[in-house]
Design a protein around this ligand. Structure first.
Ligand code: KIV
Ligand code: ZN
Length: 514
């Protein structure tokens, strides 16, 4: 019988720590539902002590998501563990606290300013406290890759004795090489006398591009939980990518004979959802989920694939959820069909949401003949959190031409009051941005403006990502529309809505009503 590998998804925690990737609560709920449908074993839903918003998100995920275990992260500190315990409590016997403390010399001396004995004592006390709150405790030795192996063994033995049933060995700074890391995992399992009472887990960062290779080396040496993220999101260069780990297990079952519970046909829709929500686009040549992952350009390859797919394809695009841009719905489709298609894409809509989303679907279907899955996901993104937005786009008119100065006129509703502005710019998008920004404060500094056609054809919806910075806060906004200037305005407004304290600029003339 094949062994089982537990997939611990940390897209909502480590993934969210990627610059500009923070998600609001509705966005987190959508990702959590998609991860549950994908079949991950554990969702790390957030870091409850970090902010009230983080706490609420973990609490809601623990209340509403059924199937996977729900983990909340906590430093090895009393308050952190209390908050994490409260946040994951609604998950009942599926609740897990994931507590961590650093064990490498540099982290203990320079960051924690604690002796190894103090760290060990804190680790044990934290695991005991966490164990009194939830049925399952995971312990992580942060920067385990650079920790002294004998000290690591002492800590691991002590925390297992204190009740930890999952031992996570992170390569926090992505420093390890596969042979070193594999050896480290094997040494721990062999040397720690009570290692048979815990599942060994790994959490690899990708600073040297080795996160997946190091995770594989760990699996080969006994690890049975892998912490990973969709699209490899995460701090700095990211974490091991979920889709790669899962498809390696599936495609090379001859070598590993280790199963995951992942429904691989949901990988691409989940990847697209995460990319749309976070605004982190996936590079075209990214394994499994990149747009070119199954595209054959060279004539000799095309010829081979036409004769026999397996000449150049080691897995089928369908097996990971690539549809051939299949048209799913059109102008005459009804609510039930729409609801059913969203369910297939991993999102369950309640009756109220169906009404809302159906309205947007009809508007789009009037403009665009064929509605693809990508369009449906974009409709949903545009819909999320709409009622909580302080700024809404009422209307936009932009004009440009070869001999004209581009100009845009916008009307916004800011906290219930209508405001209008007109501006000229270097192009219609620039003019629209200037007009919008003249009405609000703070405006944020534009760090990124990216446009993507989400389906083929000149009637395709353009999806725009805008990244803004205000002080130390970086936010992303997305917008989609068949009109690229409108999509850009929506993306800017979406980002502005995420800037704390954003309000109407006082000097502008206001008027109410239309
Ligand atoms: O990279 C890391 O060490 C972490 C821990 C909190 C598991 O993210
Ligand atoms: Zn990490």
């Amino acid at each position: 019988m094949s062994d089982r590998l537990y997939i611990f998804d940390t897209t909502l925690r480590d993934g969210e720590q990627s610059p500009g990737c923070s998600m609001n609560i509705e966005e987190k709920m959508r990702v959590a539902h998609a991860l549950a449908a994908l079949g991950v074993d554990i969702i790390e839903a957030g870091f409850p002590i970090a902010s009230p918003g983080d706490f609420e998100a973990v609490h809601r995920i623990a209340s509403e998501i059924h199937g996977p275990k729900i983990a909340g992260l906590a430093r090895a500190a009393t308050k952190d563990i209390e908050r994490a315990g409260m946040a994951v409590k609604p998950a009942g016997d599926h609740a897990r606290i994931h507590t961590f403390i650093a064990t490498s010399p540099i982290h203990m001396q320079a960051k924690l300013r604690m002796t190894p004995d103090q760290v060990l004592e804190r680790a044990v006390a934290s695991v005991k406290q966490a164990r009194s709150l939830v049925p399952e405790v995971e312990f992580s030795a942060e920067d385990a890759g650079r920790s002294d192996i004998d000290f690591l063994c002492r800590v691991v033995e002590a925390v297992i004795k204190a009740g930890a049933r999952v031992i996570n060995i992170p390569d926090t700074v992505g420093y390890m090489t596969p042979d070193e890391f594999g050896f480290r995992i094997r040494s721990l399992i062999e040397k720690v006398p009570n290692s048979d009472q815990a599942v060994f887990s790994v959490h690899c960062h990708n600073d040297l591009g080795l996160a997946v290779a190091n995770s594989l080396a760990a699996i080969e040496n006994g690890a049975r939980q892998v912490e990973c993220t969709m699209n490899g999101l995460g701090e700095r260069a990211g974490n091991a990518s979920l889709e790669e780990i899962v498809m390696i297990m599936k495609t090379r079952a001859d070598r590993y004979d280790i199963d995951t519970q992942i429904n691989t046909t949901k990988i691409v829709p989940t990847s697209k959802l995460v990319s749309q929500i976070t605004g982190m686009s996936v590079q075209a040549n990214k394994a499994i989920v990149g747009a070119n992952a199954f595209a054959h350009e060279a004539g000799i390859h095309q010829d081979g694939v036409l004769k026999h797919k397996k000449t150049y394809e080691i897995m089928t695009p369908e097996s990971v959820g690539w549809t051939t841009n299949r048209m799913v719905l059109g102008k005459h489709s009804g609510r039930a069909a729409l609801k059913a298609r969203y369910l297939e894409l991993g999102t369950e809509l309640d009756d109220e949401q169906v009404i809302e989303v159906f309205g947007r679907f009809k508007i789009l279907a009037d403009k665009k003949k064929d509605i693809f899955d990508e369009d449906l996901m974009a409709i949903l993104s545009a819909d999320s959190g709409i009622d909580t937005e302080r700024v809404k786009l009422v209307s936009l008119h932009a004009a440009s031409g070869t001999n004209d100065v581009p100009v845009a006129a916008v009307e916004l509703e800011i906290e219930g009051v209508h405001h209008k502005a007109t501006a000229e710019g270097d192009g219609p998008v620039d003019a629209a941005f200037k007009a919008i920004k003249s009405l609000v404060e703070p405006r944020g500094k534009l760090l990124l403006y990216a446009v993507n056609a989400i389906t083929a054809g000149t009637d395709a919806q353009g999806e725009v990502t805008v990244r803004l910075q205000n002080g130390d806060r970086i936010v992303n906004g997305q917008g989609s529309d068949t009109d690229i200037v409108v999509a850009s305005a929506k993306a800017l407004i979406c980002a502005l809505n995420k800037l704390p304290g954003m309000h109407a600029k006082a000097v502008h003339a206001q008027y109410s009503g239309v």
